[in-house]
Design a binder for this molecule. Sequence first.
Ligand code: NAD
Length: 359
Amino acid sequence: MTKKIAVLPGDGIGPEIVAEAVKVLDALKHQGLDITLEYGLIGGAAYDDAGTPLPADTVAISKAADAILLGAVGGYKWESLDISVRPEKGLLGIRSELNLFANLRPAILYPQLADASTLKADVVAGLDLMIVRELTGGIYFGQPRGVRTLENGEKEGFNTLVYRESEVNRIGKVAFDIARKRQGRLCSVDKANVLECTELWRETMTTLSADYNDVELSHMYVDNAAMQLVRAPKQFDVMVTTNMFGDILSDCASMLTGSIGMLPSASLDENSKGMYEPIHGSAPDIAGQNIANPLATILSVAMMLRYSLNEAEMADKVEAAVSVVLDKGLRTADIHSEGMTKVGTVEMGDAVVAALDKK
Ligand code: NAD
């Protein structure tokens, strides 16, 4: 059956990088991928057109789709708008409209780019880890929350860390399933020595592991996990953690690779419908100059093929095509180094498509 993909280019470099990812999807269509694309506005572009960063049309297209490809939102032009209509509201809105509770952030360092990291090449070359972050619960959403004034007049800020067993089970299953398809190792990160809520998180993960005898579960406190990520990141296969710990650890992990323009992400709902986007923003400083790196968005297409469209072989092909292009020495400005060939956004997309066509 034909799969529907909603394409939301957004702002800044969004339209440029999404255009290259669409070229890849078109090339795969010629190789038999049965998809249709429908475009929608989001972020600042939607605000300019319709006075809202998330028009009802965009929500409808996205709800009807099997997967969503997003560029990025935001830019200088919209920074002074009221917070309720800022571009970023569009992004948060679509995530909650679609109930995308599992955020998958791979940190992969292609050996060809080992010099791009601030860490020693031997510590990070060949890094391939996946962080699974719970996205719709925990302290970012827990009630009660706020700032109150105490009897003595002093102000006190408070938030609530809360997770139900069902929420932990739901994200745990996603993480175990992914570990099963990778090297079969899952590290659950918590602060069970201090926080009762994450003690329950740990117990729930342990109970769940009985259903996954083929996956080796380990537990780590978040402070140690932060240290281990920088000390010896290749020890990890898949990590699963809470919303806030995942927010921090996934940014740390992405920077191990040193190249923000290379990293894709996925946010999934309970039925593996997902939204796929590069981890970087709309980079307004380089928009419209044909210098943005489109590979994070192209690799987001690979994740879409793997996690929502059930086309693992095609996903492998896209990732292999990216590797071929890097082997040829082609680099956009952000990952360029001496001796390599500098190319623009469009040339990089064309090169991936050419490598794909040869497969
Ligand atoms: P950013 O990720 O857009 O840019 C950070 C730096 O990385 C910039 O120097 C930029 O030029 C560079 N960069 C980013 N992507 C690149 C690519 N593909 N190729 C080459 N270089 C790249 O983050 P920022 O500057 O903090 O934010 C810019 C805007 O993006 C803001 O409006 C912010 O709110 C928004 N933003 C959106 C998202 C999203 O849509 N998911 C995420 C983060 C930031």
